[in-house]
Ligand binder design. Structure first.
Ligand code: UT7
Length: 355
C-alpha cells in the first residue's frame, strides 16, 4: 500500500532572543506572569527589513530538502502554511519557490490559512497528493514572522508576549514500507467562534461579524469610501490592526479538542495512547500541553515541548518541535509520533505517523 512519509525535516529560528524581561521594558508585564501562565521564557524575533516569513521558511526548507536527499528542482508541489505572510497576496508559496531558486513551472504552490493547525492540515493535503500518486516530493513549510505585526504596548500584552518567529519544513515522499509513514490525519473546524482569535483588519468585512458577535465596533466606516473599507486611518490610529484573542475561551476549548482529536486518530488506527512514543503538540501554551499529556497518561520523555525557548510560532511550532526532537534522538525509526493542534478558526487536527 502506498503511503506518504516525512523524508526530510528542517527548522530555522532567527538569532535574536527576546526575553520576558526585555518585553517588560516596553509594556506592563513580567517574567513571573508569563512563565506561570504560559511556560514561555524567551522567543526569537527576525531581523527587520532582512528576514521575512518566506526567507526563514526557505532556510528551513533547504535543510529539509538536503536531508531528504533531493535537489530543489525535484520538488513538485509546495504547501505553505502561515498567518503572517510577506504580502496580503500573493501568498508565500510562490515567494518560497522564487527564494529557493526553483525556476521550473511544472510545480504547484498552495497557501494554507489555518493558523495553528496549518501544519497538520498541510500534512494531510500532502499525504493525499502523495498517496494518490500525483506528487512525489511535496515541500510543506510552516513559517511565521509574528514580531512584525504585534502591538508592543500594554494594550496588546495578552497576545504579544506569547508569539515568536520561526519556521519548519518537511519533504513528504511516497513509501511502500509496511511500517512507515503517515497512518492517518483527522481534521476539524467550527466557524462559530471565528472572531475569538482573529486578525480582522485589513479586510472586506465592513462590520459583517457584528451579526454573529453582537458587538458593535467603530471601524471608522461612517466616512469611509469604497477603497477605505479594507483599511483606513481610523483602524491604524485606534490599534485595530493587531491580532485579538479571548485567551480563556480559547484555552478551555483547546484542552477539550486536543484529547478528542488524538483519540479519534488512535481509534481510526486501532492504536492506544500507550502506543505513542512521542507526542508533539502545537506549542500554544505549556499548560495546555501538560494538561493533554496528563489526559493521555504520557511521561515527560514522551512529549516534546520547546515553547519555553520559542514561544508560540503558530504554523511553525509543530515542525520546529518535531525537528528538534528528531535531531536530539528523541524520535527514532519505527516510533509512533502523534501531532495535534488547535487554534484560530477554530480549526484543529491530529496526525499519527510511524517514523
Ligand atoms: O495558538 C493559538 C491558540 N491559542 C491558545 O491556545 C491560547 C490559549 N489561552 C492562553 O494560553 C491563556 O488564556 C493566556 C496565556 C493567553 C492568558 O492567560 P489567562 O490566565 O487566561 O489570563 P487572562 O487573559 O484571563 O488575564 C488575567 C489577568 C488580566 O488582568 P485582570 O483583569 O485579572 O486584572 C490581564 O489583564 O492577567 C492580565 N494580563 C497580563 N498581565 C501581565 C494579560 N496579559 C498579561 C501579561 N502580563 N502579558
Amino acid at each position: 500500500m502506498l503511503r506518504s512519509k516525512i523524508a526530510g525535516i528542517g527548522s530555522y529560528v532567527p538569532e535574536k532572543v527576546v526575553t520576558n524581561d526585555d518585553l517588560s521594558k516596553v509594556m506592563d508585564t513580567n517574567d513571573e506572569w508569563i512563565q506561570e501562565r504560559t511556560g514561555i521564557k524567551e522567543r526569537r524575533y527576525g531581523k527587520k527589513h532582512e528576514e521575512t516569513t518566506t526567507t526563514i521558511g526557505a532556510r528551513a526548507a533547504e535543510i529539509a530538502i538536503e536531508r531528504a536527499g533531493i535537489q530543489k528542482e525535484d520538488v513538485d508541489f509546495i504547501i505553505f502554511a502561515t498567518l503572517s505572510p510577506d504580502y496580503y497576496f500573493p501568498g508565500c508559496g510562490v515567494l518560497l519557490q522564487r527564494e529557493l531558486g526553483i525556476t521550473k513551472t511544472e510545480i504547484g504552490a498552495l497557501d494554507i490559512r489555518n493558523q495553528c493547525s496549518g501544519f497538520v492540515y498541510g500534512l494531510s493535503v500532502a499525504d493525499q497528493f502523495v498517496r494518490s500518486g500525483m506528487y512525489k516530493n511535496v515541500l510543506l513549510v510552516g513559517s511565521e514572522m509574528h514580531s512584525m505585526g504585534l502591538d508592543f504596548t500594554t494594550r496588546g500584552r495578552n497576545v504579544t508576549v506569547i508569539f515568536g518567529d520561526g519556521a519548519g519544513a518537511v519533504v513528504v515522499q511516497p513509501t511502500e514500507e509496511e511500517n512507515e509513514g503517515v497512518l492517518t490525519t483527522c481534521l476539524h473546524s467550527d466557524g462559530t467562534y471565528a472572531e475569538k482569535l482573529a486578525f480582522l483588519n485589513p479586510g472586506s468585512h465592513g462590520g459583517y461579524h457584528e451579526k454573529y458577535t453582537g458587538e458593535e465596533t467603530d471601524y471608522g466606516y461612517s466616512d469611509a469610501e469604497y477603497g477605505e473599507i479594507f483599511l483606513n486611518k481610523h483602524m491604524v490610529e485606534n490599534a485595530q490592526i493587531y491580532p485579538h484573542m479571548e485567551g480563556q475561551f480559547v484555552f478551555k476549548l483547546a484542552v477539550q479538542k486536543f484529547p478528542e482529536v488524538i483519540k479519534e486518530a488512535l481509534d481510526k488506527t486501532g492504536l492506544g495512547a500507550e502506543d505513542i512514543d512521542m507526542f508533539i503538540p502545537h506549542q500554544a501554551n505549556l499548560r495546555i500541553s501538560q494538561f493533554v499529556q496528563k489526559r493521555l497518561g504520557l511521561s515527560d520523555d514522551q512529549v516534546w515541548n520547546n515553547i519555553q525557548k520559542y514561544g508560540n510560532t503558530t504554523a511553525a511550532s509543530i515542525p520546529v518541535a518535531l525537528c528538534e526532537a528528531v535531531e536530539n534522538g528523541a524520535v527514532k525509526k519505527g516510533d509512533l509520533v502523534c501531532l495535534a493542534a488547535f487554534g484560530s478558526g477554530f480549526t484543529w487536527g491530529s496526525a499519527l505517523l510511524r517514523w
